[in-house]
Design a protein. Structure first.
Lengths: 62, 467
């Protein structure tokens, strides 16, 4: 098993690119972490909309 | 080799016609690991990476160690037929080289490895297919969720493509002037503040630029953050896939036009004359069988394909970028042993980099056995203002043996077109004068008038005398 060494950074990095990747990784990571909450929120929104449509339908038919 | 000094973990050298790479113990371990997984063999077999073997023969290893003190591990690489540089490529070639690098990076991530650098000089073209050559660039970093070399990738691949597509830059101007690629601040200046916010530029230009400025102020970005172990490469894979799509889209969206791409439409040949010329050239090539042919002013690549069909490796060169781009796209579909390159014969690629020797001039990198100068000499005479003797001497330097020269008389329609607003300096240029000038340094093997036209083919062989 090869040991991971510190990256042999001899080229000049763009600190902007590094920071951007850290941010993107953070956003994606946070998205995954809160995925359940986001999905629950969306489900609530859709259920609300669906019940509104149902009631309108009933009114239309009635 | 002069260009191989930046990476402390390895360098390339040549010995008795073989190409070797000296690598350090770390790099050696990483590559052994990849070889054990079978990944290295797979990459070589699919021509994604240049043919590579470990130097295991103890006698050879000892000899190399003696010549290169401090180095114990060596690789041997296949010798490539031609070395070319990004300033000689067309747009799609650069995009494909970038895509190749990304593909390799994605494969390596699957094995827990990564590329240390992402320079365009790590890729070479073998027959219009990109091949990765810098094996010592492979490492095992702590963090797999970000790519340290992404900034360099942007400078080498993304910025030149963006500038070419949206600002009309050409690759030669970009790479000859910026050997490491152009800095993000300078690239951003080519775009207005509002324009930088457009979706195609936001993620690769505007955002990195702002973060770069923020990070540089008071050194907020710390070296230690690179050593935090993060084994999940998911975020990086997503970004790489996005970049890959973007590069392909940038290149595919380019619509080549250019004067010479329609050359064959306006050329004054009829089919019979064209076929006659092709027959004459084919007969000569089949008889002499040159291993390496250089087709100057290749245009659509018709004669390059002819030479390839006669068993030669071909380097197809044209000063018109769009002609090279079209030929490259065509070669992607109909493969042939041809490498297309953009080159201005009157001002070929110079030596650049350290002591101007790091990347050698074009004339030092090619030594073809036969040079095809078809439908070319009048362009050099009129547009480049080169005297006939100068053209003769340049061809003499280029070729190692033969030269096929098409003589174009001054009353030819193309010649007249080139001379439209110029003083007529070519009144005395006849076939006899041309023959006399060239015979000062060449032997005439054969002379053939092209049936159905006023042009003549001269088949010449380099002679030892110096006129």
């Amino acid at each position: 098993m090869v040991q991971s060494v510190g990256v042999l950074a001899y080229i000049d990095p763009m600190s902007g690119a590094i920071v951007l990747q850290i941010l993107i990784a953070g956003v994606i990571g946070a998205g995954a972490f809160f995925r359940h909450s986001i999905w629950a929120f969306l489900r609530r929104v859709f259920r609300l909309r669906r019940s509104t449509e149902d009631s309108l339908d009933k009114q239309g038919k009635a | 080799m002069a260009g191989s000094y930046r990476d402390p973990s390895g360098y390339v050298f040549s010995r008795n016609g073989h190409i070797f790479r000296a690598i350090d113990a770390n790099c050696h371990e990483v590559l052994r690991g990849l070889a054990a997984e079978g990944l290295l063999a797979e990459l070589v077999e699919h021509r994604q990476v240049v043919g590579t073997r470990f130097v295991d023969d103890p006698a050879l290893r000892a000899a190399l160690s003696a010549e290169h003190p401090g180095r114990e591990h060596f690789l041997e690489h296949d010798v490539l037929p031609l070395i070319s540089y990004p300033y000689e490529w067309s747009l799609s070639m650069l995009a494909d080289a970038g895509v190749w690098t990304i593909d390799l990076q994605m494969r390596l991530l699957g094995s827990g490895c990564s590329l240390k650098d992402a320079t365009a000089y790590n890729v070479q073209f073998v027959h219009a297919r990109p091949v990765f050559i810098d094996l010592s660039s492979v490492e095992r970093p702590q963090r797999l969720d970000l790519w340290f070399a992404l900034g360099q990738f942007a400078q080498m691949f993304v910025f030149p493509l963006l500038l070419s597509r949206y600002r009309g830059w050409d690759l030669r101007s970009y790479f000859l002037a910026n050997i490491n690629g152009r800095a993000i601040e300078d690239v951003a200046r080519s775009f207005g503040r509002l324009e930088r916010l457009r979706p195609s530029l936001l993620l690769d230009l505007a955002l990195p630029l702002w973060l770069h400025r923020w990070a540089e102020k008071g050194s907020r970005a710390k070296r230690e953050m690179l050593d935090k172990p993060r084994r999940d490469a998911g975020a990086q894979m997503l970004n790489l896939k996005r970049l890959r799509r973007k590069l392909l889209k940038l290149a595919a969206g380019y619509k080549p036009s250019g004067v010479w791409s329609t050359y064959t439409d306006i050329c004054n040949y009829d089919r019979a004359a064209e076929e006659g010329k092709a027959t004459l050239v084919r007969e000569f090539l089949e008889e002499t069988r040159p291993p390496l042919v250089l087709d100057l002013g290749c245009n659509t690549g018709e004669y390059s394909r002819l030479a390839a069909a006669c068993g030669a490796e071909v380097i197809a060169v044209d000063s018109d970028h769009d002609a090279v781009e079209l030929l490259y796209r065509d070669l992607r579909n109909k493969h042939a042993p041809i490498t297309p390159l953009t080159l201005d014969l009157a001002s070929p690629s110079p030596g650049i980099g350290y002591m101007n020797r790091e990347r050698t001039p074009f004339f030092e990198r090619v030594r073809p056995d036969c040079v095809l100068a078809l439908a070319l000499v009048h362009h050099l005479l009129v547009s480049a203002n080169l005297p006939l003797a100068a053209i003769r001497d340049m061809m003499w330097e280029l070729t190692s043996r033969d030269l096929v020269l098409e003589f174009v008389p001054t009353d030819d329609t193309m010649f007249q077109r080139l001379m439209k607003f110029r003083v007529d300096l070519f009144g005395g240029l006849t076939l006899d004068v041309c023959r006399k000038v060239f015979l000062e340094r060449y032997d005439l093997l054969r002379e053939a008038a092209i049936p159905g036209s006023k042009r003549t083919l001269l088949f010449l062989r380099k002679a030892a005398r110096n006129g």
